[in-house]
Design a protein around this ligand. Structure first.
Ligand code: NAI
Ligand code: MG
Length: 500
């Protein structure tokens, strides 16, 4: 909507005198998703060599629902011995049956998995939301459809690898150790497993300790799809289990998504070995709004960039840079829009912002809120009510921040935006690039030339223009600087799982 046609009466300034009480005006009848779609067992074992087996030391840990703090299920803790068994199974499969079947046959398995994910999509969406806290609207409409799309996409490549690398002979790497985070549990599994299998590798995957449930459902799908034993092994556990995978001598490649700190540990651990690695780490994405941008569209883009998935997004746009002339207007509209976000029960179809994934992350984000206030920034939080039980944080924005502030430099990984202003494009570029990260950024302007200038000047793996957080299996994704090495997705994603 352009400024001229904008309906003025929708936007009332959020001032102390404002008559508009969003908390009572914006009321929705609750629309809870029926949780009985997801059948949850009391206990989940390890998936090794095509079978569900108990962990060698008999130890289990709990997975919570972060929205209620209730325990959902016990999850097996894999030890060094279990990881070793999983790697042995993966090696045997790699050298045996899996290596002898054609790309066309591999594609059939991938298509079968993709279709089974679609068939069980509602169950998977409910479980993803219960175990991780993300709104059902997102797991239903974003996560799970993209999971299926990734399997379909890489199924299509499995028998066409020679066209992806013309004139060369792509070969699989071998046994891949894959460690994934908790922000997009099943989607990160798909990003890792689909290209690995398409290229003929076998895998040992570890989901994050707070969100293992959909990975275990996926193991059931793998078993039902009749995939040869050992091609996919799923071991659950925390950082120690991850380290056992990283340090295992018979693993040929490590693929990791998670924190920059653990990424650095992994890089050191694989240095001097012949293990390959791809690392997809943190980010501190910049969002640049020029004064010629369609403001309402830009505000909507910012909301999506930082409050989607509670801000637990590596490519989240967490630093807004707005050109001085429109700064007041953008900030006012952002604050008003913040008040309309519905925070609460992730299983409610109205919910925009769900629960913070874990108590640990809840404490981290709250710590950063304190840091921001101590640094002298002005904090604004939506006045919505939030549930007493569970880990919830109000959508927050900080104004009056400096480039050197910790809240501007460090990844918060929560629903927290910082707002800075700029006068010239060069100033915006300098500020945007002035962090240790370089994963994603966004620009809003009416001028194509500015989009090209910003797109080529901002040092980030992805630059979205007049939109944000758009994903597709065909486009490569990955970072510069401390945001990681290597690319996932698209044809680039195939290269990471082949020897050429
Ligand atoms: P994390 O990096 O510790 O966890 C990610 C995965 O790595 C989990 O599966 C974990 O079990 C595993 N892991 C932990 N230590 C390991 C080790 N030494 N060796 C191998 N695997 C290991 O992330 P955490 O602690 O859950 O979150 C901390 C911060 O990391 C967040 O506040 C956020 O800033 C960032 N993060 C970034 C993500 C991204 O997508 N880029 C995802 C998750 C967290
Ligand atoms: Mg959980």
């Amino acid at each position: 909507m352009s400024e001229a046609t904008e309906t003025k009466d929708i936007y009332k300034p959020t001032s102390p005198n404002s008559k508009l009480d969003f908390a009572s005006v914006w009321e929705y009848a609750s629309a809870p998703q029926d949780a009985s779609f997801a059948e949850v067992k009391d206990r989940y074992e390890l998936f090794i060599n095509g079978e569900f087996i108990e962990p060698s030391k008999g130890r289990y840990f709990k997975s919570l629902n972060p929205a209620t703090e209730e325990e959902i299920a016990d999850i097996a803790e894999a030890t060094q011995e279990d990881v070793d068994n999983a790697v042995k199974a993966a090696r045997k499969a790699f050298e045996g049956e899996w290596s002898s079947i054609s790309g066309k046959e591999r594609a059939k398995y991938l298509y079968r998995i993709a279709r089974m994910i679609q068939e069980r999509s509602r169950e998977l969406a409910v479980l993803e939301t219960m175990d991780g806290g993300k709104p059902i609207r997102e797991s239903r409409d974003v996560d799970i459809p993209l999971v299926a799309a990734h399997f379909f996409y890489y199924a299509g490549w499995a028998d066409k690898l020679e066209y992806a690398f013309p004139g060369r002979t792509p070969e699989p790497i071998g046994v891949c150790g894959q460690i994934i985070p908790w922000n997009f549990p099943l989607l990160m599994l798909a990003w890792k497993i689909a290209p690995a299998l398409a290229c003929g590798n076998t895998v040992v995957l570890k989901p994050a300790e707070t969100t293992s449930l959909t990975a275990m459902k996926f193991a059931e799908i793998v078993r039902d799809a009749g995939l040869p034993a050992g091609v996919i092994n799923i071991v659950t556990g925390a950082g120690q289990t991850g380290a056992e995978i990283v340090n295992h001598k018979d693993i040929d490649k490590i693929a990791f998504t998670g924190s920059t700190n653990v990424g650095k540990i992994i890089r050191k651990a694989v240095a001097g070995t012949d293990k390959r690695y791809t690392l997809e780490l943190g980010g501190k994405g910049a969002l640049v709004i020029f004064d010629d941008a369609p403001i309402d569209q830009a505000v909507e883009g910012i909301i999506n960039a930082i409050y989607f998935n509670q801000g637990h997004v590596c490519c989240a746009g967490s630093r807004l840079m707005v050109q001085e002339g429109v700064a007041d207007k953008v900030i006012r509209k952002l604050k008003d829009r913040l008040e309309t976000l519905i925070v609460g029960d992730p299983l409610d179809k109205n919910t925009d912002v769900g629960a913070i994934n874990s108590q640990q992350q809840y404490e981290t984000v709250n710590k950063y809120l304190e840091v921001g206030v101590e640094e002298g920034a002005d904090i604004y939080q939506s006045k919505c009510s939030i549930p007493e039980q569970g880990f919830f944080i109000r959508p927050t924005l900080f104004t009056n921040v400096a480039q050197s502030n910790r809240i501007v430099q460090e990844e918060i990984f929560g629903p927290v935006l910082t707002v800075q202003t700029f006068r010239t494009a060069d100033e915006a570029i300098q500020k945007a690039n002035n962090t240790p990260y370089g994963l994603a950024s966004g620009v809003w302007t009416d001028k194509g030339s500015k989009i090209f200038k910003m797109g080529s000047s901002m040092r980030s793996g992805v630059v979205w223009a007049n939109t944000y957080n758009k994903f597709d299996p065909t486009s490569p994704f990955g970072g510069y600087k401390e945001s990681g090495v290597g690319r996932e997705g698209g044809m680039h994603g195939l290269a990471a799982y082949t020897k050429i």
